[in-house]
Design a protein around this ligand. Sequence first.
Ligand SMILES: C[S@@+](CC[C@H](N)C(=O)[O-])C[C@H]1O[C@@H](n2cnc3c(N)ncnc32)[C@H](O)[C@@H]1O
Length: 249
Amino acid sequence: MKQPAPRPKVRDFLFQGTDAAQDIRDRYGYDGDLVEIFTGVQGAMVHKWHHYLPIYDRYFGPWRGKPLKFLEIGVSFGGSLQMWRNYFGPDAVIFGIDINPDCAAYDGHHGRVRIGSQDDPAFLREVVAEMGGVDVVLDDGSHHMPHIRASLEVLFPLLSSPGTYMIEDLHTAYWPNFGGGLGAPGNFFDDVRRMIDEMHCWYHSNPADTSGMGASMSGISVHDSIAVLEKWRVERPVNSRFGTNIRPE
Ligand SMILES: C[S@@+](CC[C@H](N)C(=O)[O-])C[C@H]1O[C@@H](n2cnc3c(N)ncnc32)[C@H](O)[C@@H]1O
């Protein structure tokens, strides 16, 4: 019997060259300073897929230099908090959460670190209350489907408007050991599909139920392994006509 091909691993995609910054510039035509900020992280470790950098800049760029409130789920070795501090600037309120108590060692380095699980609603609410609200969430935590869903259900309603909610490493949506799988019922992209249906509730008679998030979800974008959910006013759509139909009948 033919065995299915083994699922790819993250290390199968590891960059084999010597100049990651140049690779990002060449491959994606992106030359923002996030390239230097990422490759210049020192004294802490950060691991990012190259194609994420232009995507981060596209959605997070408008928040730079502002006193935004940024929450990253998943601190790991602290390198990403250093990267975000250098990217967003000194006025940003930056918090990271992680289930691993060792991450408390990074508290105060480039932001605040709190220890708890991303699927604990009371913990998430406590952190957001301490932050004084949240404008941008980046979910780089366990990447398990139920955890992604649990965090989103608590944090999206707490997000400011405008607000940005990004989930990365969603290739795990295709991996059974993360609760996903191609065509599997737990695949997070099925949730995204329901959100898209709800966004278009004006045009069909069976609006999907996604815990009411659709009432303020103004944009849904999908990139390789990344979903971005934007929060802003959602209004019943209207259209207008101008000019005259001059085509002969
Ligand atoms: C991919 S790493 C984060 C990497 C970091 N953001 C960076 O870019 O350098 C994922 C982190 O999520 C944490 N994690 C795993 N399960 C979690 C959970 N249930 N709640 C919060 N954090 C969790 C892990 O301990 C790990 O440090």
